[in-house]
Design a binder for this molecule. Structure first.
Ligand SMILES: NC(=O)c1ccc[n+]([C@@H]2O[C@H](COP(=O)([O-])OP(=O)(O)OC[C@H]3O[C@@H](n4cnc5c(N)ncnc54)[C@H](O)[C@@H]3O)[C@@H](O)[C@H]2O)c1
Ligand SMILES: [Zn+2]
Ligand SMILES: [Zn+2]
Length: 352
């Protein structure tokens, strides 16, 4: 079969590799029907994620059809269509028992396309299948659920739920990439009074408007603090969601939030950020961080199946898997291509 293989910083190829097979009895092998690329894959290719080693198949977001199962797999059967989540769960460790699958101690967590081979491939081995995949209802298309492999639960859990968004809240979302847009979409489920999207790129702010933001702020030329305080009688927003991952946007969130409000950090940070305790100590502010756990995936799947959440709207470009390198170029040049998420669909048939 063919797969996207990482060969060190800046180097990836769509190449012939050995077909995956069952290694542990809780594994399945799936034929990948639809797969996407994540900003995290671009971080890997920059060399920011050193645990990813030469020869690793990338990818952690896919929909596939089960073609083989290990002897210990109970819930998933050959022929089933499943969502393969970015987070795998052993299902038995103390973190999995409390729904914090991202922190799994039993060999799960974010492993696909990271410490084990991923899903940007014609076929993939899926560890801990019973506890790491989600059956896809019959009436739901692959493209409608694919974004629940990562960005859906990430924006919802780490942004909206960690931020404790409540009816009537004023919610500021800093960063309108796929994750910020997912947070905007998730926040809408709680009837906030206003969502303020903050970004440097007008094209991303246009997308934020389409995804339901009420006020768009281009912080390269407008003062986000002044605008948010102007809309909240000088208090600040109830919830500030950080969806960029640089120090200045985290610091902006702590500046935007009202006394008693919550900052939910979603961005992955590579540098230390300043926590201005000299201003914050008196303000009863809560700051939460998190890696997505995907405990909300069944909830989001229900909303997708009932037509209450449209996750397909993230898709701006479509490719066949043999055009994976072109898809990476389009996704990696979002400023010029306006890409949000790209989808690649595979061929059908048995492993060759
Ligand atoms: N916590 C988690 O579990 C988790 C999971 C997935 C992704 N992430 C992280 O979430 C973050 C967002 O992901 P994404 O895929 O949407 O990224 P992205 O790069 O597509 O989008 C980031 C957006 O932020 C904007 N931006 C950049 N600098 C800015 C600034 N100074 N002020 C305002 N806006 C600015 C960009 O214009 C862009 O629209 C990343 O850091 C990613 O690694 C976290
Ligand atoms: Zn991802
Ligand atoms: Zn576990």
């Amino acid at each position: 079969m063919r797969a996207v293989v990482y060969h060190g910083p800046g180097r990836k190829t769509w190449e012939e590799v050995t077909d995956p097979s069952i290694v542990d009895d809780t594994d399945a092998v799936v034929r990948v029907d639809a797969v996407t690329i994540c900003g995290t894959d671009l971080h890997i290719l920059k060399g920011d994620v050193p645990e990813v080693t030469d020869g690793r198949i990338l990818g952690h977001e896919a929909v596939g059809t089960v073609v083989a199962t290990g002897s210990g797999v109970r819930r998933v059967h050959t022929g089933d269509r499943v969502l393969v989540s970015c987070i795998s769960a052993c299902g038995t460790c103390r973190y999995c028992r409390s729904g914090s699958f991202g922190q799994c101690l039993g060999g799960g967590g974010w492993i696909l396309g990271h410490t084990t081979d991923g899903v940007q491939a014609e076929y993939a081995r899926v560890p801990f299948t019973d506890t790491s995949t989600y059956p896809i209802p019959e009436n739901v298309a692959d493209e409608d659920v694919l974004m629940l492999a990562d960005i859906g639960p990430t924006g919802y859990e780490v942004g909206v739920l960690n931020g404790r968004v409540s009816p009537g809240d004023v919610v500021a979302v800093v960063g309108s990439g796929p994750i910020g847009l997912s947070a905007i979409m998730g926040a809408k489920l709680y009837s906030p009074s206003q969502i303020i999207a903050i970004d440097l790129a007008d094209s991303r702010l246009d997308a934020a408007k389409q995804f339901g933001a009420d006020v768009m702020v281009n912080s390269s030329r407008e003062d986000a603090g002044e605008i948010v305080r102007g809309l909240t009688e000088g208090l600040g927003c109830d919830v500030a969601i950080e969806a960029v991952g640089v120090p200045s946007t985290f610091e902006l969130c702590t500046d935007l939030v009202r006394p008693g409000g919550t900052v939910a950090n979603v961005g992955v940070h590579g540098q230390p950020a300043m926590m201005h305790l000299e201003k914050l100590w008196i303000r009863n502010v809560t700051v939460r961080t998190g890696l997505v756990d995907t405990y909300s995936t069944p909830t989001l799947l229900k909303l997708v199946a009932r037509g209450q959440l449209d996750m397909g709207r993230f898709i701006t470009h479509r490719f066949g898997m043999s055009d994976f390198m072109d898809a990476y170029d389009v996704f990696g040049n979002a400023a010029t291509t306006q890409a949000l998420k790209v989808v690649l669909t595979g061929s059908t048939g048995a492993p060759s």
